[in-house]
Every structure is written in structure tokens, then in C-alpha cells.
Design a protein around this ligand. Structure first.
Ligand code: NOJ
Ligand code: CA
Length: 562
């Protein structure tokens, strides 16, 4: 099989599997997944057929925000292993033909980072404080915050340090925002990019890529609105998606291009679709997450718009786009699609509201959710560009809605617990089930082990890897088949063209792609209640059984080749 992976621009059409290391596989029995756990499961990943793995942060961290509070960017959290473990993992991945993408968190450091400790010790006006966003408080003794900016996790965005200075944190109090106007900050991140590139990282995922450039100078701070809206970007927004952020990525591109093949990056930038392409352009990161699919309801018009926006952004960037249904920040899509799909309602708001009520406010129809998740996968995998899968979706895992409040780890939940709350993101971060019969579903290798760091529900047994291996109709086998076909027929060509196939009515999404063997693959997804006829050709794979007269039923996708 021609592996897409052997091309220099492999990342333009890759299937990237997101590993959330603390919840993937635990080799030493402390209840936390580790780097050796990724190495131990490399065969599983190879067999699944992914081109790359992206590891969420595994750096030393007090774990206030699942590792997105980094205390040292160039080391491994001792609870997760060592740099040597990383090297072994990267070597094992490369031997399996799998690329490695690591997470860079440049907007903020942990308050345990040595820079932050030095900033506190050095006092107001010091060069140490200038690496962060410190400002004097208002009021006679600086007892009031510099302005009313809020943290995206809830609560005020400024924290006093006791000497009249306050520091900005757009996320948790323990995540202090860096000052990207400071040259030392800029240089240090280049050093980090080189550090991991030299150790075998093939690419980077950039956390909150749209927040690095901030304007705290052009007007008095208290004249800015309290909650600058991420959806209204540009020079008029002091915090999000400012034009100067692109200078930073142009400088990073120089670093990426020092390597052979050039490294790539994918930016996490929750910006309006019209602005996505700039982050992805070839003189910047190369790719940016397109979250439109993840935001859409299971409805033909919303999905079609999401796809069109992604393709449009790819065309403007001169790169390719990305497709995402789930990640560690959103309610798992098998659950989302089993909840009511309310037109124009923020899909995630409804899902989060459902979570908050312990999964009781709406009925979660798992059969429907799983059926649609299967249909969504083929629709997604047929598209040109890269597909980012999130660990556990290949098992068809649902969100765990009933984690008790006192077991939650997510600062979103912790910061607002019990009051006007959101339950946060732990429901999609529960440790993976590997073996149905074991007490922790085989998450920890040793027989004697600490409990998994988040509690696993009893129903995980049915979704354990060994149970799914044994059932050829399982989600796991389905993912493997679909990924193999995609690699052979679609990505092997390098051709990213897509033609819409109209004439099926407004309840169907259908498109055609050229295949590596000179034929064409038509992907048809039926969102409506009435079965639809498929085009002539061979049905390679269908997400559900076709009707006796060969039609595609509701909530199903088929790949037809001719
Ligand atoms: C986005 C990450 O995906 C999320 O998990 C994290 O909480 C925030 N950035 C802050 O780093
Ligand atoms: Ca461990």
C-alpha cells in the first residue's frame, strides 16, 4: 500500500489520532496513563491505520488544566515518564510508520513555571514580570482589577499578587498569560520548537493560537468591554485573533523550514471561518483546526455549510483543511448525535446543559447516536484534507455524563462547582477500556494498581478493545476498514478535488472524489427519513445495512466506487 505518510506533505491529507496521554494506557499502575503506555499500544495504532498521533501535553504540570498548564516546556512530567521514554515512543511510532505531533501551549504557562516564580519574586516593573501580562490594579491601593476582563473558564481574568500588581489569565488562575511582545518569550518558544523537532516531533498542535497577540496599550484598559467576543475579531478586539498574531507564526515558519522535511503545525484557533485560512497559510502554520463540523447539528444544511466553509478556507490558505468531530474539549459526538438536534441551537450548549443535569434533562438515544457517528465518519473520511480523530471514538465511546462532582478534574467544573455551573470536559477524558473483564477495563497494566484517575462506568465493558476486536461488526472494525480504504483510494492520490453531486434533495449530502486507481468515489449521506437510491457502482462500505432494494436508509452513509 502506498503510504501517504512517505510524502513530505503527508500532513495535508493525514488521519491524526489524538492521544490524551493521562487517559490512554497506564503501564506502571498509578492510575495515570503514561508515555510508555503509548509505546505499548503502538501496534494498536498501526492496525487502526492512522498516519500520525498528536499527544496532548505530557510536560511537567501541576495538572490544574489537564496539562495545559505547563511548568516546563522541554521535559516530560515525571508521573508520565522521562525524555528517554519520549524518544523510545517516537522511535516506535516512526518504526510503525506513524508521525508524532506534540502540543505547544504558548498563550500561558503554569504559575509553577520558573519564569512565573521569578516574576513574583522580582516585583513590579521588573524584566521578570515583563514576560507576563502584569498591570497595576485600580483604586487607591491597587485593590481593584485593571479592568473587567473575564476568564474563559469563569470568574475574573485578573489575579492580584499582593503588591498592587495583577496578572492576566484568560484561563485558570494557575495559567498566567505570557507577554508575546517580550523578545525573550519569542526566543524561548523557538527553542522549544527546535527541542522537540530535534527529538523526533514531526509537527505541532498550537494551543489557543489566536490569543497570543494582545493590545493593552492603545487605549486605557478600562475602556475595553469586559468580555471581548471571540467571534468579533480584528484590530478592535484586544485579546482574540488580532492581526499581529500572524507575525509570530511567520517567524515560527522559519524554524519549521530549518528541518527536512519541514515541520508543520496545526493551530487551535476558534476564530470565524473567514479568518481561519490565514493561520493555515503556507508561510505560517500550514493548518488550522476547522471546528465547524464539530459545531454542527446532525442536519444536512448545517453539515453542508460546515464542509463548504472548510473547503473554502483550504482554497484561500493554499493548504488543506482539517475535519474534527470530537476532541478532549467537547462532548463526544456519539452522544451529541443521540441528543435532540435543535435547529440553530448551539449544539454544544444543549449537550453541556444535558451533562450538567447528569444526563437526565434529555433522553440520550445511544443507538441513534452510534448510527449517526458511523455515518459521520464516512462523510468525514471521504473529504480532502486531514481528519483528526479523538481517542475512544474508534470504540464508539459515549460521553460519561454521571461523574460525581467531587471526582471531576476540569477547572471549568472546579471553578464554578455547584453554583451556576458547567460540568466541564471530563466526560470525554475517562481512561480507555482495553479489556472488558478487568476491574479497570485493563487501563492499568499491573494487576495491582491505583484506581483510574477518572472513574469508568460499568457500560465501558461493551466498548473495550478486546470486546470490539472479537466482534467484526464493532465500531473498531468499521474504523479500520474505513481508514484502510481512505488511505488506498483517496489519500494515495494527493488529489484534493471534490465535486458536489446534486439532485438528491436537501436531506442528502453527496460528493465525488477521484481515486488512486483512476475511478471515482461517491460519498452519499442521507439525513432524511426517506431512503434514497445510490448511484451506479460498487458499494465499498456503508455505515448501515442498505434496504432490500439497495437504497440508503436514514442516518447512513455509503461509499460507492465506479
Ligand atoms: C485549549 C485546550 O484544548 C483546552 O483543553 C485548554 O483548557 C485550553 N486551550 C487552555 O489551554
Ligand atoms: Ca502511569
Amino acid at each position: 500500500m502506498t503510504r501517504n505518510n512517505t510524502r513530505e506533505d503527508w500532513w495535508k491529507q493525514a488521519v491524526v489520532y489524538q492521544v490524551y496521554p493521562r487517559s490512554f494506557y497506564d503501564t506502571n499502575g498509578d492510575g495515570l496513563g503514561d508515555i510508555k503506555g503509548v509505546t505499548a499500544r503502538m501496534d494498536y495504532l498501526r492496525e487502526l491505520g492512522v498516519d500520525a498521533i498528536w499527544l496532548s501535553p505530557f510536560y511537567p504540570s501541576p495538572l490544574v488544566d489537564g496539562g495545559y498548564d505547563v511548568a516546563d516546556y522541554r521535559d516530560v512530567d515525571p508521573r508520565l515518564g522521562t525524555l528517554e521514554d519520549f524518544d523510545e515512543m517516537a522511535a516506535a511510532a516512526h518504526a510503525a510508520g506513524i508521525k508524532v505531533v506534540v502540543d505547544i501551549v504558548p498563550n500561558h504557562t503554569s504559575t509553577e513555571h520558573e519564569w512565573f516564580k521569578a516574576a513574583l519574586a522580582a516585583g513590579p516593573g521588573s524584566p521578570e514580570r515583563d514576560r507576563y501580562v502584569f498591570r497595576r490594579g485600580r483604586g487607591e491601593h491597587g485593590e481593584l482589577p485593571p479592568n473587567g476582563w473575564r476568564s474563559t473558564f469563569g470568574g475574573p481574568g485578573w489575579e492580584p499578587v499582593g503588591d498592587g500588581d495583577w496578572y492576566l489569565h484568560l484561563f485558570a488562575v494557575e495559567q498566567a498569560d505570557l507577554n508575546w511582545k517580550n523578545p525573550e518569550v519569542r526566543e524561548d518558544f523557538k527553542k522549544t520548537l527546535r527541542f522537540w523537532s530535534d527529538r523526533g516531533a514531526d509537527g505541532f498542535r498550537i494551543d489557543v493560537a489566536h490569543a497570543l497577540a494582545k493590545d493593552l496599550e492603545s487605549r486605557p484598559l478600562d475602556e475595553w468591554p469586559d468580555d471581548p467576543d471571540q467571534d468579533h475579531p480584528g484590530a478592535e478586539n484586544p485579546l482574540w485573533d488580532r492581526p499581529e498574531v500572524h507575525e509570530i507564526y511567520r517567524a515560527w515558519r522559519q524554524v519549521f523550514n530549518e528541518y527536512e522535511p519541514a515541520r508543520f503545525a496545526v493551530g487551535e484557533a476558534w476564530v470565524v471561518p473567514e479568518h481561519q485560512w490565514r493561520y493555515a497559510s503556507t508561510d505560517e502554520l500550514g493548518q488550522v483546526f476547522n471546528f465547524e463540523l464539530a459545531k454542527a447539528n446532525w442536519m444536512a444544511d448545517e453539515m453542508r455549510r460546515a464542509i463548504e466553509e472548510g473547503l473554502d478556507s483550504a482554497e484561500r490558505s493554499g493548504s488543506t483543511t482539517t475535519w474534527v468531530l470530537s476532541n478532549h474539549d467537547v462532548v463526544r459526538h456519539a452522544t451529541r448525535y443521540g441528543l435532540p438536534q435543535v435547529k440553530s441551537a448551539a449544539h454544544h450548549q444543549l449537550a453541556n446543559d444535558w451533562l450538567l443535569r447528569g444526563g437526565r434533562s434529555y433522553h440520550e438515544d445511544r443507538e441513534l447516536g452510534a448510527r449517526r457517528a458511523r455515518a459521520a465518519l464516512l462523510m468525514e473520511l471521504g473529504l480532502p484534507g486531514s481528519v483528526y480523530l479523538y481517542q475512544g471514538e474508534e470504540l464508539g465511546l459515549f460521553e460519561v455524563a454521571d461523574i460525581p462532582w467531587d471526582a471531576l478534574e476540569d477547572p471549568q467544573a472546579v471553578m464554578t462547582a455547584h453554583g451556576d455551573a458547567i460540568k466541564g470536559r471530563d466526560g470525554c477524558r475517562v481512561p480507555l477500556p482495553w479489556e472488558a473483564e478487568k476491574d479497570d477495563f485493563g487501563f492499568s497494566a499491573p494487576a495491582t494498581h491505583a484506581p483510574a484517575h477518572l472513574p469508568q462506568p460499568a457500560w465501558f465493558a461493551a466498548y473495550a478493545v478486546d470486546a470490539e476486536e472479537a466482534d467484526e461488526h464493532s465500531m473498531l472494525h468499521y474504523y479500520r476498514r474505513a481508514l484502510k480504504l481512505r488511505a488506498e483510494l483517496l489519500t494515495a492520490t494527493g488529489d484534493t478535488s471534490l465535486t458536489w453531486t446534486d439532485g438528491y434533495g436537501d436531506q442528502v449530502i453527496a460528493y465525488r472524489r477521484p481515486t488512486a486507481d483512476g475511478r471515482a468515489l461517491t460519498c452519499v449521506t442521507n439525513f432524511g427519513p426517506v431512503p434514497v437510491g445510490l448511484p451506479a457502482g460498487e458499494v465499498l462500505l456503508a455505515s448501515a445495512e442498505l434496504s432490500s432494494d439497495g437504497k440508503l436508509p436514514t442516518d447512513a452513509t455509503a461509499w460507492v466506487i465506479r
